[in-house]
Design a protein around this ligand. Structure first.
Ligand SMILES: [Mg+2]
Length: 201
């Protein structure tokens, strides 16, 4: 079994939060680290305002890739030799799935086949959904995600993870470089463990 690297889309590669804030008629703050998932409350908005803002297919299609999105994906692809996937958990509206698929096609056409949709973002007592962690099959499967819950569940499932704390597109470039270096180091360590090359031994 080969290990895979999984990279979350929203708030790691695609700037979801800024688009949602704009969609609610507000101006996103610049140069900061997002510290709460219910950010709409910071703008005096309700959960319904937030849902309304990101309901359409076009909203998801038009999300801006972060400046580092291609560098991160290309680095992952180079090191893993293709053993990686986009992994994303849209909301409960098929139009959003369509917009998200279109986003991948628009920005990462050559990697479109690496697109995985999974369930809810975290364990739900009612549905018993485990979110992304159901994809974790080995101790060397590696998740990059802005959701602390996803990262915790992934680690509990036995895998390795990098918690990409959400930052705005104009955030300190050195911080971004540092994060890419840590991910590169981790992936090279996994590669050293020979998990990506089991078939070629
Ligand atoms: Mg995310």
């Amino acid at each position: 079994m080969k290990s895979l690297c999984y990279v979350d889309v929203d708030n790691v590669l695609a700037d979801f939060t800024s688009a949602a804030i704009l969609g609610m008629g507000e101006t996103p703050s610049l140069n900061f680290r997002v510290t709460r998932t219910k950010f709409y409350k910071d703008y005096g908005k309700t959960r319904q305002d937030f849902w309304d803002a990101c309901e359409s297919s076009e909203f998801w299609r038009d999300l801006k890739p972060y400046p580092w999105a291609h560098a991160l994906v290309n680095m992952i692809d180079d090191i893993t030799l293709g053993y990686w996937r986009f992994v994303t958990a849209p909301m409960k509206n098929p139009a959003q799935f369509q917009g998200k698929a279109q986003w991948i096609l628009n920005h990462f056409e050559s990697y479109f086949e690496k697109y995985i949709i999974c369930g809810l973002d975290h364990e739900d007592e009612r549905t018993k959904t485990l979110g992304k962690s159901v994809l974790c099959r080995s101790n060397f499967d590696y998740l990059i995600d802005d959701s602390r819950i996803n990262v915790e569940e992934w680690r509990q499932a036995g895998g390795l993870a990098f918690h990409w704390e959400e930052i705005t597109a104009d955030y300190d470039e050195q911080e971004v470089r540092n994060r890419l270096e840590v991910i590169k180091f981790d992936l090279l360590e996994i590669k050293k463990a020979d998990k990506f090359f089991m078939a070629n031994r």
